[in-house]
Ligand binder design. Structure first.
Ligand SMILES: Nc1ncnc2c1ncn2[C@@H]1O[C@H](COP(=O)(O)OP(=O)(O)OP(=O)(O)O)[C@@H](O)[C@H]1O
Ligand SMILES: [Mg+2]
Length: 146
């Protein structure tokens, strides 16, 4: 398979359209006939990453890069950044506002879920310069396991 790269925009604080980028990625992967279990894992990671950008981050993009061996999902935002990445990765840690908690978010489980559902996660962030979350998914695994 030749490589493919697609980028989707995510608007900060836009709770009405939040989720659209991850649905677009999900539809793309469905049209490419990816394994449904793999699509589900990628959709969970995409959705959690998208919601984090909307809730905690700034203007953002979601990029999906696919080659024959792997799919890489990158969510990059231009918000305030994550001051302590190790702390942010802890299950239950959240700085969500009361307003966001009333909408049902803020369990502090997004990043732990992204770690669990991807084959690798890397977070880069600098205070005031936003955050970049990159997740990798191996594509050969399902075939090899069969
Ligand atoms: N893009 C981001 N920019 C700034 N801070 C972030 C970003 N993503 C995550 N964080 C910080 O990391 C914390 C943990 O994120 P995580 O997704 O695990 O939980 P949450 O978003 O607070 O709640 P949940 O995802 O369960 O609704 C957030 O509360 C926030 O402080
Ligand atoms: Mg979250």
């Amino acid at each position: 398979m030749s490589s493919l790269k697609k980028k989707f925009l995510i608007k900060s604080k836009d709770f009405i359209r939040a989720g659209e980028a991850s649905i677009a990625v999900q539809n793309l992967l469905k049209s490419m006939q990816f394994d449904p279990a793999l699509i589900r894992r990628i959709a969970i990671c995409g959705y959690e990453g998208e919601m984090n950008a909307v809730m905690h981050g700034g203007e953002a993009t979601m990029t999906v890069e696919i080659d024959s061996e792997k799919l890489v999902l990158i969510i990059e935002d231009s918000g305030e950044g994550i001051p302590d990445i190790d702390q942010a990765m802890q299950p239950g840690f959240s700085t969500a506002t009361d307003e966001v908690r009333e909408m049902g978010f803020g369990a502090g489980m997004g990043l732990p879920n992204m770690k669990k559902n991807s084959d690798g996660i890397q977070i880069q962030s600098e205070k005031g310069k936003g955050a970049r979350v990159e997740m990798i998914f191996h594509l050969q695994k399902e075939d090899e396991a069969a």
